[in-house]
Design a binder for this molecule. Structure first.
Ligand code: FEO
Ligand code: CA
Ligand code: CA
Ligand code: CA
Length: 669
């Protein structure tokens, strides 16, 4: 097993204070460069973005709501050079849109305008963009690169793994259930050891419309599945399917069964089952068809951290971001073969490690151990009936059913309901896995558990008790092996507004101060192992998506020297007379946790990666200035980043930034 060593590394920057300014703030000695923004052209001949709502051709422009991102090094001849820190492909998710800023005037209502719908759909998905360093980390992107690509809700995808071809995936577009169109609500990501990108479909359910007539035509099984996965809207996000068009790529967002005599080959009753997956993309091959990996289950996929370790199976750690949902792991049947890192047919390697394996869900026990519970057909009991929404037990038909209705399977085996599982990441030196639990408005003192132990008032003395600021759990697999069936866990850190709770040990459990407090952890990232240099304990980076202390500061990025599972001890937390025992890590200090960056007004800090040398960090800034109106946006970033004062009507844009150290050093050290 791996020997966990102590860390000689130090955080080499001065902490950034709370900020409500409409700029990205970084420590003294660092610089911020705004890179690809919503609407920037990604092909030769595409006009510069006017940003007044009249732009077109969004399938050849950077999308909106920049989320997770990864850097893929590119060789001089246009092949894989994973170690290249001066030329690469920046692959980024575009999770959602700020609809009002995409159109010249208010968005159409009633039957939506088709051109507006196409624009809104194309702003979702993934972008692949070539970046180059002209020397000394002078970054620019290459508008006419042949590698540039937009993957959108219109892009053809193929299904792989146990649910491919299932009756539950069949549609008019794909009567055999093996292909589909596009990806939606792409949130966090994963980067495989064979140079492909994983994009994760999170809040897909809300995009679908089901009319009242649909309920009467569904079986009870189907209705229970739709409820459990939240496919309950009567309009669907942005009412896309209301457009008067024969284009089924648009009308398929209406998943209503078309008539009592129709079959799944006649309509889109199962289109929702085509979303909610982990999707593998080969960024080096712009002509490749992305593959949806059904073996990894279907739920509100936040991200998929991939752990590669010599002589082990490949592990994929995955959160399901909704209140009370679960942490999952998929383990390949195949043991990692180092030569696969250099394979030319990268998606075939994905077939090898992602189509055959075992899906598990986590149970966290009160003694600091945990179990990985297999979600394997034949081993999963029926999901019991509960309440009026689930009037009968859900009995699984086969492994495809478990893959499509993964939440039911996890319910049935007794997984631990968590406070909104967001990103997963792993310490590359030790294999310890970190899971952000962003917050949970539905947690109550009576429903706390050892791994989700806090329920308290956001503003002391007001409101109900829940978990408004979130926490971070970490696990260490038994034997440090991805294929372990058991693990040790503790709570690494609790978020809090330390001005409200400077010293209450039941709330500010980690001892945060205004210098390092945070709320609603979301993105999480370890420094790449390629740049740890003399360190044996790389830095952990934590990003926030907060609404609970945004009166005090905009969202942020922190850096930590993370320590290890078991470096703290047992605690009892008093949730207003209801106590909960838990296991927590060492307290935060000014030396081991510092705020590195604060974003502009209204934003969420999202994607994060560095070049392999660690000397440029890329960070996603999502939905800045989205609180206002077209006439008076809530903010104007990135037009404010250079210190200028934009016009009152200047529309903000999601963008990614490149952060460099003025002395050329490794970021954070
Ligand atoms: Fe898209 Fe759970 O954040
Ligand atoms: Ca978001
Ligand atoms: Ca997120
Ligand atoms: Ca979030």
């Amino acid at each position: 097993t791996t020997t966990i060593r102590v860390s000689p590394a130090v955080l080499g920057f001065s902490a950034v204070a709370h900020s409500l300014a409409d700029v990205v703030v970084v420590p003294e000695g660092y610089s911020v460069t705004v890179m690809t923004r919503l609407g920037d052209p990604l092909a030769a001949g595409v006009a510069a973005y006017k940003n007044d709502g009249t732009d077109t051709d969004y399938d050849k422009r950077i999308g909106d709501h920049h989320d997770a991102l990864s850097w893929f090094g590119l060789s001089a001849s246009g092949g894989v050079d994973a170690a290249n820190s001066t030329r690469g492909l920046l692959v980024q998710n575009h999770e959602n849109i700020t609809q009002k800023y995409l159109h010249a005037a208010a968005p159409s209502t009633g039957a939506r305008n088709e051109a507006e719908v196409i624009k809104e759909m194309n702003c979702h998905g993934v972008s692949v963009t070539e970046y180059n360093d002209a020397g000394g980390r002078k970054w620019s992107y290459k508008q006419d690169s042949t590698f540039n690509r937009r993957i959108t809700p219109f892009t053809e995808m193929s299904f792989h793994g146990p649910a491919a071809g299932s009756a539950m995936l069949r549609t008019q577009y794909s009567p055999d259930g093996t292909k589909g169109r596009g990806t939606i609500n792409n949130c966090a990501n994963g980067m495989t050891g064979w140079n492909t990108y994983l994009t994760c479909e999170e809040n897909y359910a809300g995009y679908f419309r089901r009319d009242a007539s649909d309920d009467a035509l569904r079986t009870t099984r189907e209705l229970m599945s739709l409820r459990r996965n939240g496919v309950t809207s009567r309009s669907g996000s942005y009412s896309w399917s209301s457009a008067a068009t024969t284009n089924t790529a648009i009308t398929r967002w209406n998943a209503t069964i078309s008539s009592a005599t129709a079959t799944s080959a006649d309509d889109y009753r199962y289109e929702m089952n085509q979303m909610g997956w982990v999707v593998e993309i080969d960024p080096y091959n712009p002509a490749s068809t992305p593959r949806k990996r059904t073996a990894l289950g279907r739920f509100g996929h936040e991200g998929a951290f991939v752990r590669i370790a010599a002589d082990q199976k490949v592990g994929f750690y995955m959160g399901d971001d909704s209140g009370g949902e679960y942490l999952y792991k998929f383990v390949s049947n195949a043991t990692w073969a180092a030569a696969d890192a250099n394979a030319a047919d990268r998606l075939a390697i994905g077939d090898k490690y992602m189509d055959n394996g075992t899906l598990y869900v986590a149970r966290f026990d009160a003694d600091g151990t945990g179990q990985w519970l297999p979600l394997v057909f034949g081993q999963v009991p029926p999901r019991p009936a509960s309440g009026t929404n689930y009037p009968e037990p859900y009995v699984f038909a086969d492994q495809a059913d478990i893959c499509v209705n993964t939440r039911f399977a996890a319910d049935a085996v007794g997984a631990t309901p968590m406070d909104r599982p967001e990103w997963t990441t792993g310490n590359p030196m030790t294999g310890e896995i970190y899971l952000t639990l962003t917050n949970n408005s539905g947690r109550t003192p009576a429903t706390t558990n050892a791994a989700n132990p806090r329920a308290y008032q956001n503003n002391p003395g007001t409101g109900s008790r829940n978990n408004p600021n979130g926490h971070i759990v970490r696990i260490r697999e038994t034997g440090d092996n991805t294929d372990a069936k058991t693990f040790a866990w503790d709570i690494y850190m609790f978020g809090v507004d330390s001005t409200d709770y400077p010293s209450n040990p039941n709330v500010n459990v980690s001892g945060l101060t205004p210098a390092n407090d945070f709320s609603s952890p979301d993105g999480a990232f370890f420094s790449r192992s390629s740049n740890v240099g003399g360190q044996v304990n790389p830095l952990l980076w934590i990003e926030t998506d907060d609404g609970a202390m945004t009166d005090r500061t905009n969202c942020m990025l922190l850096a930590a020297l993370p320590g290890h599972v078991g470096d703290g001890g047992a605690v009892t937390i008093d949730n207003g007379g209801v106590t909960q025992n838990s296991i927590v890590g060492a307290k935060a200090t000014a030396a081991n946790l510092r705020r590195f960056l604060v974003g502009p007004v209204d934003c969420e800090i999202t994607g994060i990666d560095t070049t392999p040398d660690g000397r440029t960090m890329f960070v996603g800034i999502q939905h800045p200035g989205d609180s206002g109106t077209i006439a008076a946006p809530g903010g104007h970033w990135p037009y404010t980043q250079d210190g200028s004062t934009p016009a009152e009507t200047t529309r903000p844009r999601s963008a990614l930034v490149a952060i460099t150290k003025n002395d050329g050093g490794v970021i954070g050290l």
